[in-house]
Design a protein around this ligand. Structure first.
Ligand SMILES: Cc1cc2nc3c(=O)[nH]c(=O)nc-3n(C[C@H](O)[C@H](O)[C@H](O)COP(=O)(O)O)c2cc1C
Length: 412
């Protein structure tokens, strides 16, 4: 699904990184470079994909007016999130199994993030171990985990993160069971890719990807090795991980993890004011307002439309990271205006990785950073703090009427 570009009459083809001017171009290139089941695994979402579509389109409903004649000769896009000073208010969300998209996997993304000066959200389902990823680059890293049936495993991972120098930990709370992704059933997506005549044809049509997969050696789940019984191949470990998701997890479990980590802690997958308040109560440092990119619960709620009321309830008590549907620098600025501390994105960096490895992710991050900077100048905002809700021009977000009070306007 494409979003973030406007229709023009200019015909063009995206043949390589040099043709990538926006996130959609990276998506187009990724689609060309990946076998179809893998592309659709990244691009797809749950059930009717309604929530995902709305997350991409909701931005168009939000207008912003600029401040004229402000001195913006020097613009500073830097901000502080989870205790780290980062170059721009945009982080990379955790996405698992990166070696499926490029043979250098998470190591390539870690290096690109460090070069861009921003946080890398490392998924616990990474193909390299959290220690290998930490050793690959110096930039700040956030480790994402779940509360597992085996509670000791979550604590063990937290201890490993301390040893490896991770800056923050994040607990994903919207995955008591995996979402139903119908595209994966139709394309026959499995991890690792199953061998059949269709897959072999697909591999033959993508020789660079296939060679990369072979070059990288055995596909692993770096953080789970020796935890499952039997063979330590990715199929066994992915099945082990799926079996460890626990629908009986509660806020009390989350509180124990906050205490065990003792540092900056984010709760990922918050979509209501009540849950945002609970995250404050258990002592979390940040909430990630997220619907998992529409990959879990196809309920039609988008993070951006929930943001103003969540920000009004808990803003100032906890950092708020908006995750999902970010495809433009301007989307980041709209989210900041509506109360976010920063934003995070998932699929775009996977598209960058598939399109061109480390160079692809670097180019993508540089592009979005330039969009944030240019639009701050156009808006008359010299710093991130200058982006304010008073610049929002409409009181409807994503087609839902919201209370006037939510936008800081007088109630009528
Ligand atoms: C391929 C893929 C893998 C993902 N893996 C994880 C994961 O391991 N843990 C997690 O908390 N979220 C995971 N997510 C969700 C992302 O962290 C993020 O919430 C989502 O991608 C945001 O939406 P966006 O893709 O529109 O930016 C994954 C998303 C994708 C696309």
């Amino acid at each position: 699904m494409a979003a973030g570009t406007c229709r023009t009459d200019v015909r063009y083809r995206v043949r390589g990184l040099r043709d990538c001017l926006n996130v959609d171009d990276f998506r187009t290139l990724a689609r060309r470079r990946l076998p179809a089941p893998i592309f659709h695994y990244v691009d797809g979402a749950a059930e009717s994909e309604h929530t995902y579509r709305r997350s991409l389109l909701a931005w168009d409903e939000i207008g912003m007016a600029h401040n004229a004649l402000v001195d913006v000769a020097a613009v500073d896009t830097a901000t502080t999130v989870l205790g780290q000073r980062i170059a721009m208010p945009l982080l990379l969300s955790p996405t698992g199994t990166a070696r499926l998209y490029h043979w250098r996997g998470e190591l390539a993304v870690a290096r690109a993030c460090a070069a861009a000066g921003t946080f890398y959200g490392v998924s616990m389902g990474s193909t390299f171990s959290l220690e290998e990823i930490a050793a690959a680059a110096d930039g700040p890293k956030l480790f994402q985990l779940y509360v597992f049936r085996d509670r000791g495993l979550s604590i063990e991972l937290i201890e490993r993160c301390k040893g490896a120098g991770y800056a923050a930990v994040c607990l994903t709370v919207d995955t008591p069971v995996p979402g139903m992704r119908e595209r994966d059933l139709r394309t026959g997506m499995t991890v690792p890719p199953a061998f059949g005549w269709k897959t072999l044809l697909d591999f033959a049509a993508h020789p660079a990807w296939t060679l990369g997969l072979l070059r990288g050696g055995r596909l692993r789940m770096g953080n789970l090795e020796n935890r499952a019984e039997g063979r330590q191949d990715i199929t066994t470990l992915a099945r082990f991980l799926g079996g460890q998701l626990d629908p009986s997890v509660t806020w009390e479990d989350a509180r124990r993890l906050v205490e065990a980590w003792g540092g900056p802690f984010a709760v990922k997958g918050i979509l209501s004011v009540a849950d945002a308040r609970r995250a404050v109560e258990i002592g979390a440092s940040a909430i990630i307002v997220s619907n998992h990119g529409g990959r879990q619960f196809d309920a039609g709620i988008t993070p951006i439309e929930m943001l103003p009321r969540i920000a009004d309830a808990v803003g100032g008590q906890i950092e708020i990271i908006l995750d999902g549907g970010i495809r433009r620098g301007m989307h980041v600025l709209k989210a900041l205006a509506l109360g976010a501390t920063a934003c995070a994105m998932g699929r775009p960096h996977v598209f960058g990785l598939a399109a061109g490895g480390e160079a692809g992710v670097r180019q993508l991050l540089a592009l979005l950073h330039a969009e944030i900077r240019r639009n701050m100048i156009l808006m008359g905002c010299a710093t991130i703090d200058a982006v304010s809700r008073s610049m929002i021009t409409n009181d409807r977000i994503a087609g839902y009427p919201i209370h006037k009070g939510d936008l800081g306007m007088a109630a009528v």
